[in-house]
Design a protein around this ligand. Structure first.
Ligand code: GTP
Ligand code: MG
Length: 443
């Protein structure tokens, strides 16, 4: 990727009512006018005005956004054509023939980053906004896009830079009585706390960005498919009183308490002589092993409660599970066996205690029954750099209190490198490639 080519890409998916073609680069206006024609040409004087004209044989709206006030910082032209593969292909071909090259994934946002329109945390937030799987995830992404994380990290960066200057001044003038900032160790501690607070948002960051894999497991007939349908709010899986109804895993996505969740309903677990059912059970076990969290349903109305307990004891995951007695409506008088770690009591049929179950899911995934919107939530890349920064500042504090300013200054430079890598002040080209290659074409 560079910033001097003229690049083009469809910014909309196929199958929609309109196709938007985006052109960015030093000659965007000239190229735009070559492939689009209207009563008057696209020109800076008519910036951000939609004009009706034609692209090839199709009528199309066009708008120009001269740099540096555009998204990318370059001159940008957008052509709004009719939807459909043939129209998109025609417009794209004309743009390529007129001197554009096809944009790589994320290249428009890459230009915005290189042209100083966004820092790297904001560029990453653009991808987060596009892929946000819940309202909560979207709010966090929007806040990061507005600069919340970048601004906080910038403050930290410049504070660490002051510490570095302070330590280096001791090296340059070792004999002189300098006005040494005696509060420096305490100030370093405060910066370290701020870094750790950001680092602590790693889990909610990954949960909101990547979602949670939740598996519904248990013996046949426990009510797993009924619970899946209830959580989704529509009839996704077949429910019947016949044990062994679900034979294959059934997957669906939803949002629970603001958390994007992929739910897998599984075949009931039991020893079976039916080879197809056995294959299903095998799949169930694999899903349970790969899940972030398993809701294990026990049938409170089962004839054989012993079998429910045995299956649970032998096969439920040890840590990441929530044990639940279902069909409590049929068993209010029944003395249910104790479950190690306790079990919730619900009735899917009567929607009883479903809120407590959702509380438990949220508790187990983001440590809060009613997750609120966190001010920031860092991604894995930022968290790795924050870890390095925390270590480096801790070392710098120790060395500076021992009078070893050279090492302290070196470790502060490491901390600056780490914090700067998050915002993109100093970042390796291959890291940039990795980040932007995950974007979609046209973004
Ligand atoms: N009374 C009562 N019946 C329930 C409840 N939940 C599910 N059922 C019934 O139990 C039967 C089995 O429900 P399913 O959801 O198919 O159970 P499953 O765990 O998916 O069963 P398999 O797919 O066979 O493993 C159905 O007749 C449901 O209507 C409940 O809370 N109370
Ligand atoms: Mg089922």
């Amino acid at each position: 990727m560079n910033t001097f080519d003229n690049i083009v890409a469809p910014a909309t998916g196929t199958g929609g009512a309109i196709t938007i073609l985006r052109i960015s680069g030093p000659a965007a206006l000239e190229i735009g006018n070559r492939i689009w024609s209207g009563k008057t040409p696209l020109e800076p004087a008519s910036a951000r005005m939609m004009k009706l004209g034609r692209v090839g044989i199709d009528s199309a709206l066009a708008v120009c956004m001269p740099g540096p006030g555009s998204y990318t910082g370059d001159d940008v032209v957008e052509l709004h054509c009719h939807g459909g593969a043939a129209v998109a292909e025609q417009a794209l071909k004309l743009a390529l023939d007129a001197g554009c090259r096809m944009a790589e994934p994320g290249e428009f946002t890459f230009r915005a980053f290189v042209n100083g329109k966004l820092d790297l945390t904001q560029a990453e937030a653009v991808a987060d906004v596009v892929s946000a799987g819940s309202d909560l995830a979207l709010k966090v992404a929007e806040r990061q896009l507005a600069g919340a994380l970048g601004e906080e990290l910038d403050q930290i960066y410049w504070t660490i830079n002051e510490f570095r200057a302070e330590c280096e001044s001791r090296l340059d003038f070792p004999e002189e009585e300098l006005d040494w900032d005696s509060a420096l160790p305490e100030k370093m501690e405060r910066v370290s706390d701020a870094l750790k607070r950001l680092l602590a948002t790693r889990q909610i960051g990954s949960t909101l960005r990547d979602g949670v894999d939740l598996v519904l497991a248990g013996r046949p007939n426990a009510g797993k498919s009924s619970l899946l349908n209830l959580l989704l709010g529509y009839e996704r899986a077949i429910v019947s009183p016949v044990p062994g109804t679900t034979r294959d895993t059934v997957e669906a996505e939803t949002v629970l308490r603001g958390i994007p969740v992929r739910i897998t309903d599984t075949a009931g677990l039991r020893d079976s002589s039916d080879p197809v059912e056995r294959l299903g059970v095998e799949r169930s076990r694999r899903s349970i092993a790969a899940a972030h969290l398993t809701i294990w349903l026990l049938d409170a109305a089962a004839d054989d409660l012993e079998a429910e307990i045995t299956e649970f004891t032998l096969h439920a995951p040890v840590d990441n599970r929530i044990a639940v007695w279902n069909k409590i409506d049929l068993a209010s008088e029944r003395n249910l066996p104790e479950i190690p770690g306790g079990a919730l009591r619900i009735s899917v049929k009567n929607r009883e205690n479903i809120d407590s179950l959702l509380d438990a899911v949220a508790e187990r995934t983001v440590h809060s029954a009613r997750p609120a919107e966190p001010p920031v939530a860092v991604n894995a890349r930022a968290a790795d750099e924050l870890e390095k920064a925390v270590d480096a500042v801790a070392d710098a504090k120790t060395h500076s209190t021992e009078g070893m300013f050279e090492i302290a200054a070196a470790r502060l430079r490491d901390a600056l490198q780490a914090v700067g890598a998050i915002t993109g002040k100093n970042v390796e080209p291959d890291v940039l490639d990795q980040i932007f290659s995950r974007f979609c074409i046209g973004k």
